[in-house]
Design a protein around this ligand. Sequence first.
Ligand code: PGA
Length: 248
Amino acid sequence: MANRKYIVGNWKMNGLRAQLSDIADIAALAETHEGVDVAICPPVTLIAQAAENTQGFKIGAQDCHFAISGAHTGCLSAEMIREAGATLTILGHSERRTDQHETDAEVKAKAQAAHSAGLGAIICVGETEQERDAGKAIDIVCGQLAGSFPEGADADWLTIAYEPVWAIGTGRVPEVSDVEEMHAAIRSQLAQLMGDGAGAVRILYGGSMNGSNAAQLLAVANVDGGLVGGASLTAEKFGPIIKAAAEA
Ligand code: PGA
């Protein structure tokens, strides 16, 4: 049976208080599409107010620390994020793996911390263009998944996002056949890691998803939703993706 679709907006380092109204608009829109789960992950500074303004709508973070507390200047624990009103967090996004040199082991520890604090976790994996050109995409992605996979994970709190690095923010998307091949590989890697529960874990596609290509991407086998950056910033742009997911 197909999984219920999950569409997550990753706002990255975008959004001031003036944009809280966009989150409210998106939450209202999501409410009119019953067959799909929708979340927005704004900057941490907006989480508490966004959660208060949109009761019942999923608000998430974009990272958390793996420690419960301590001497980690500038960092936020999963518990702090949960207390602010988030119910999930993105982890191991390629921008963090590059800019903050996050390793698979750190992502795994962060996922365990997120789960302990009661947060859902979306673990991101994806190859660079060089790795794809070298024919290593599947090995790289499955390796990242195995290295980042938290012990005892299940579909109730774990989601995977496949995001080819070269497709993020570039307007380029992989061929449908490549998306299908990669999502099938991720599904079988999940089956090796967790057995029977693997079928229920949602695998999102991310990288230049927009209102024009969402329906096609969401129709691919094992694509259970999308992680959306640029096209998630307003209800006008995000709406067609939510609609496509509801109809997929
Ligand atoms: P994009 O970003 O939709 O702007 O390509 C996706 C992501 O990085 O999560």
